[in-house]
Design a protein around this ligand. Structure first.
Ligand SMILES: [Zn+2]
Length: 297
C-alpha cells in the first residue's frame, strides 16, 4: 500500500513555494475511526490534508497546528491537528450526516460545512499563548477558505486545492491537495503565470486518481514557471498521541467538585478519545487517587 507523504518545493528564484500531499491512507483511517458518511469523509479529509501541509511547513519542533471550522452546517465543528512533521488527527461533530449530491454529481461539502461561521488556525509553537488567525467562511468548500486565510491573515497570496474522492463502497479512493504560494517578492508576471498554471492543472482529485505522485504534481505546478527545487519529502499519517496520563490530567482539571460528583454517581469513568476512539477506563480507586491529586493541585 502506498504511503502518504508531503513534498515541499520552491521555484521562481525562491519567490514561489509549493506543498503537495497525497493522503489516501490518512483519510481512510479517519473514515474508519469516525465512521463518516461520504460528505463527512470529504470535509474532514480536506481539513486533515490542509492541516498536515500547514503543520509540515512549521519550523518549530514540538510545534502544532490546529484548524477549526465552525460553519453552522449539519456536520458541526470540524477539527484537525497536525504536528510539525505533518502527522495529523481530527474529528467532526456529526459524522453521519448525509446530503444529496450537487447537480454536477459532486459531494456537497459547502452545504454540509456551512458558510455562516469561521475558519480558525491555531499555531502553538510553545510560547505562552498560541497564534490564532481566523477568517469568515466564504464557500465552506474548505480549500477556498484556506486560501482566504493565508491572504488575509498571513498576507501570502495562496492558491489551495484539496480533494477527497470517495469510492462506491464509501472507502477513500484518493485524497490530497496542494498549497501554491507567492512570496511577497514575486512580481506580477509570476503571479499571472501561477494563475494560469492553476487553471490548466485541473482538479486535484483527477491528478491523484490518475496516479500522479506529489513530485509529478509539483512539476506540473512549478515546471511552467521555470526551474524548481524539491526541498523535502516527509511521510505522514493519521497519528493520535493520546495517553492514559493525558486523560488523567484532563480528569483532574475538571476540579474536585466535579470529580467527587462523578465518583459518587458513577463509581467509574469511561473516557473515549475524540481523535482515535480509544477507550480509557477508570475504576473507583483510580478516581479516588485522581481526586487526591486534584486536591493537592
Ligand atoms: Zn487518541
Amino acid at each position: 500500500m502506498a504511503m502518504d507523504y508531503i513534498v515541499r518545493a520552491i521555484g521562481a528564484g525562491g519567490n514561489v513555494k509549493v506543498s503537495v500531499i497525497t493522503a489516501r491512507e490518512t483519510v481512510e483511517r479517519a473514515r474508519q475511526i469516525h465512521k463518516t458518511l461520504p460528505v463527512g469523509t470529504a470535509a474532514l479529509g480536506r481539513t486533515l490534508c490542509a492541516a498536515s501541509m500547514m503543520g509540515n511547513a512549521m519550523k518549530e519542533e514540538k510545534g502544532s497546528l490546529t484548524i477549526q471550522i465552525k460553519g453552522g452546517g449539519p456536520l458541526g465543528t470540524i477539527t484537525a491537528v497536525s504536528d510539525h512533521t505533518g502527522n495529523v488527527k481530527g474529528y467532526l461533530q456529526n459524522p453521519a450526516v448525509d446530503l444529496p449530491l450537487k447537480e454536477n454529481g459532486k459531494l456537497d461539502v459547502g452545504t454540509a460545512v456551512g458558510t455562516n461561521g469561521i475558519l480558525a488556525v491555531i499555531k502553538d509553537i510553545g510560547l505562552e499563548s498560541p497564534f490564532i488567525g481566523q477568517v469568515e467562511l466564504l464557500s465552506g468548500e474548505i480549500a477556498d477558505d484556506i486560501a482566504v486565510y493565508f491572504t488575509e491573515s498571513e498576507q501570502i497570496g495562496t492558491a489551495c486545492a484539496l480533494g477527497v474522492l470517495v469510492d462506491r463502497d464509501q472507502s477513500v479512493r484518493a485524497a490530497g491537495g496542494y498549497l501554491l504560494q507567492a512570496m511577497p517578492g514575486a512580481d506580477d508576471a509570476v503571479i499571472t503565470k501561477l494563475e494560469n498554471v492553476v487553471m490548466s492543472a485541473g482538479p486535484i482529485t483527477k491528478m491523484l486518481d490518475s496516479g500522479m505522485t506529489p513530485e509529478e504534481i509539483t512539476s506540473r505546478l512549478l515546471g511552467p514557471i521555470g526551474e524548481f527545487q524539491i526541498l523535502s519529502r516527509n511521510e505522514v499519517g493519521y497519528v493520535c498521541d493520546c495517553t492514559k496520563e493525558r486523560v488523567e490530567r484532563a480528569l483532574i482539571s475538571m476540579g474536585t467538585a466535579e470529580l467527587t460528583a462523578l465518583i459518587k454517581e458513577q463509581k467509574k469513568a469511561e473516557i473515549t478519545c475524540q481523535f482515535c476512539d480509544r477507550v480509557y477506563n477508570f475504576n473507583e480507586s483510580d478516581l479516588d487517587n485522581l481526586l487526591k491529586n486534584a486536591k493537592k493541585a
